[in-house]
Design a protein around this ligand. Structure first.
Ligand SMILES: Nc1ncnc2c1ncn2[C@@H]1O[C@H](COP(=O)(O)OP(=O)(O)O)[C@@H](O)[C@H]1O
Ligand SMILES: [Mg+2]
Length: 440
C-alpha cells in the first residue's frame, strides 16, 4: 500500500531533504517554508524508522509557539496517516504512528525538562535564535546520544550572539557532519517581489536586512542595554583581567528551575565594579549552585538574591532557598523587589562603572546583548516591558548590582569571615547593606 503525503518541497529545500548528514541547519528569511520542511522531514523519518519505539521531538522556544506554529502543520500533513489509524493526542501535542509506534511530540524550551531522560531518534529545533545554549547542552544533546539521533536546527537571523549563529559557525567548520543553507529572500524567489517591496517599506532597514536578507551584521534593534554595551566595548571595559585575590567577591543571583538561575560574581575596586565571573544553568536544584559557588577560589562577601528566595518551595521540601543555602554554607541576603523599569534605569546609571571579564562572563554578556523590547506593530512602538526569554535571567541578576553596590569610598577588603551566629536576625534575613542602600 502506498502512502501519499500532500507535500511538495520548494526547490530551495530539495537539497535539505536529500542530505543524509546527522546535523542540518537552515537559516532562512521569514515565510521561506522552514517549518513546513521540518515538519515533513520528521513525519517521513517517523514513518520509515525501523528502530524499536522510535521517538522524535519538535522544539520551539515556547510550548504555545510549538502549538501555534507547527501543530496545525503536523495535523495537516499527517492526515493520510490519521486515516490509517495514527493517534493524534491534542492535549499532549503528540502523534503516534499506527504501524511502528513511532511518536512525534512537540515541546517548548521553557519546560525542556520534559525531554530530560528520554531518548530521541531525531530532534528539530525551530526558531533556534530564541533558545538558550543551556537547553541544548543539558537536555537535547544527551537525549540524542543514546541512539545517535539527528539534530535539525532552523531559524531567522538576529545578530551573531545566539545559538543559531553558533550552530552555523560549527556547521561551516565541520561540513562533513553538517548540511547547512542560508536562504535570502532576494535569492529564493519564494515571496513575490511586490510583497517584498511592501514589507521593506513597513520595516526598518536593519529589521528587513535581518529577517529577509539573513544579514548577520545588521544591527539588532530594541536592545535594552544596546547603547550601554556598545559604550563598554568602545571604552575597553570588556576584556580579560586578573581578579584581586584580597578583595571580597560578592554575587548577585536570579533564581529559577525551569527558567535559568544566573549568578554574577563581582568585586568593587574604588569606583569600578569588576564582573569577574558568571554562571548560568537550569533544571538544577539550589545544592548545585551552592557547590559551584563553593568550588570557586574566591573569598566571598555577600550573596544577594531576590526577595522571593525567602518563600518556601515544594522542591525544597517546604523549606526556602535561603534556608537551604545557609545549610550549604552560602549565606544569602535578600534584596527587596522593585519595578522592572526602576531596575533597568538603575543599572543603566551604574553601567559606565562596570568592567566585564570577557572570557569568564561570555554567557552573561550574551544575555545582555540579547535582552530586548519587542516592537508592537499595532501601536508602532516598542512594548514597555522587555521580552521574557533566556536572556532575561542574566539581566535580572545583573540589575540587582545597582541596588546593592557600596559607595566608591568604602572598598570591601576581605579580612574576617562572618559567621552565621555573628549576625542579627534582621541582618540574616535582609542583609545589612541591602537595607541601608535600598532606602536611598
Ligand atoms: N512546500 C510548500 N508548498 C506550499 N506551501 C508551502 C510550502 N512550504 C511552506 N509553504 C507555505 O509557506 C508559508 C510559510 O511556511 P513556514 O514553514 O511557516 O515558513 P517559515 O517557517 O520559513 O517562516 C505557509 O503559509 C506555508 O503553508
Ligand atoms: Mg517557521
Amino acid at each position: 500500500m502506498s502512502l501519499i503525503i500532500d507535500y511538495k518541497p520548494r526547490d530551495v529545500f530539495k537539497p535539505y531533504h536529500q542530505n543524509d548528514k546527522r546535523f542540518s541547519i537552515t537559516i532562512a528569511h521569514r515565510r521561506a517554508g522552514k517549518t513546513v520542511a521540518r515538519v515533513n522531514r520528521i513525519i517521513k523519518e517517523a514513518v520509515l524508522c525501523k528502530k524499536e519505539q522510535p521517538r522524535f521531538g519538535y522544539l520551539a522556544p515556547y510550548y504555545v509557539q510549538a502549538k501555534d506554529i507547527a501543530w496545525l502543520y503536523f495535523k495537516r500533513f499527517c492526515l493520510p496517516l490519521i486515516e490509517l489509524g495514527a493517534k493524534c493526542n491534542e492535549s499532549e501535542l503528540s502523534i503516534t504512528m499506527p504501524h511502528n509506534g513511532a511518536i512525534i511530540k512537540l515541546y517548548g524550551a521553557e519546560n525542556a525538562d520534559r525531554m530530560r531522560g528520554l531518548y530521541f531518534d531525531g530532534i528539530v529545533i525551530d526558531e533556534a535564535q530564541d533558545i538558550s545554549r543551556g537547553v541544548i547542552n543539558q537536555v537535547i544533546m544527551p537525549a540524542l546520544s543514546d541512539r545517535q539521533g539527528w539534530l535539525d536546527v532552523s531559524g531567522t537571523v538576529r545578530g551573531t550572539e545566539n545559538l543559531l549563529y553558533d550552530f552555523l559557525v560549527d556547521a561551516q567548520a565541520t561540513p562533513q557532519d553538517w548540511f547547512w543553507q542560508v536562504l535570502k529572500a532576494s535569492e529564493t524567489n519564494i515571496i513575490d517581489p511586490d510583497e517584498l517591496l511592501r514589507l521593506k517599506k513597513l520595516m526598518s532597514d536593519n529589521e528587513y536586512a535581518q529577517e529577509f536578507e539573513c544579514d548577520f551584521n545588521a544591527l539588532v534593534t530594541g536592545l535594552v542595554y544596546g547603547a550601554e554595551i556598545a559604550q563598554s566595548e568602545l571604552e575597553g571595559r570588556i576584556l580579560d583581567f586578573e581578579y584581586q585575590a584580597n578583595v571580597a567577591v560578592n554575587t548577585v543571583w536570579d533564581l529559577g528551575f525551569d527558567d535559568a538561575t544566573a549568578i554574577w560574581f563581582y568585586q568593587q575596586s574604588g569606583n569600578e565594579i569588576h564582573l569577574i565571573d558568571y554562571y548560568e544553568n537550569s533544571l538544577e536544584k539550589i545544592e548545585h549552585y551552592c557547590s559551584i559557588v563553593a568550588s570557586k577560589p574566591y573569598h566571598y562577601g555577600n550573596h544577594y538574591v531576590p526577595h522571593d528566595a525567602a518563600n518556601k518551595t515544594l522542591q525544597g521540601g517546604g523549606r526556602s532557598i535561603i534556608s537551604q543555602a545557609h545549610e550549604l554554607g552560602v549565606r544569602m541576603n535578600l534584596v527587596q523587589a522593585t519595578t522592572q523599569q526602576n531596575a533597568i534605569n538603575a543599572l543603566s546609571k551604574v553601567f559606565p562603572r562596570l568592567h566585564f571579564h570577557k572570557t569568564n562572563c561570555k554567557d552573561g554578556l550574551r544575555a545582555i546583548k540579547n535582552y530586548r523590547y519587542i516592537f508592537d506593530n499595532d501601536r508602532k512602538r516598542y512594548k514597555e516591558k522587555p521580552y521574557h526569554d533566556w536572556a532575561s535571567h542574566g539581566c535580572d541578576a545583573l540589575e540587582m548590582i545597582a541596588r546593592v553596590i557600596k559607595q566608591p569610598e568604602s572598598p570591601e577588603i576581605f579580612n574576617k569571615p562572618r559567621f552565621l551566629n555573628d549576625m542579627t536576625a534582621d541582618e540574616l534575613f535582609w542583609g545589612n547593606e541591602v537595607k541601608r542602600e535600598t532606602r536611598i
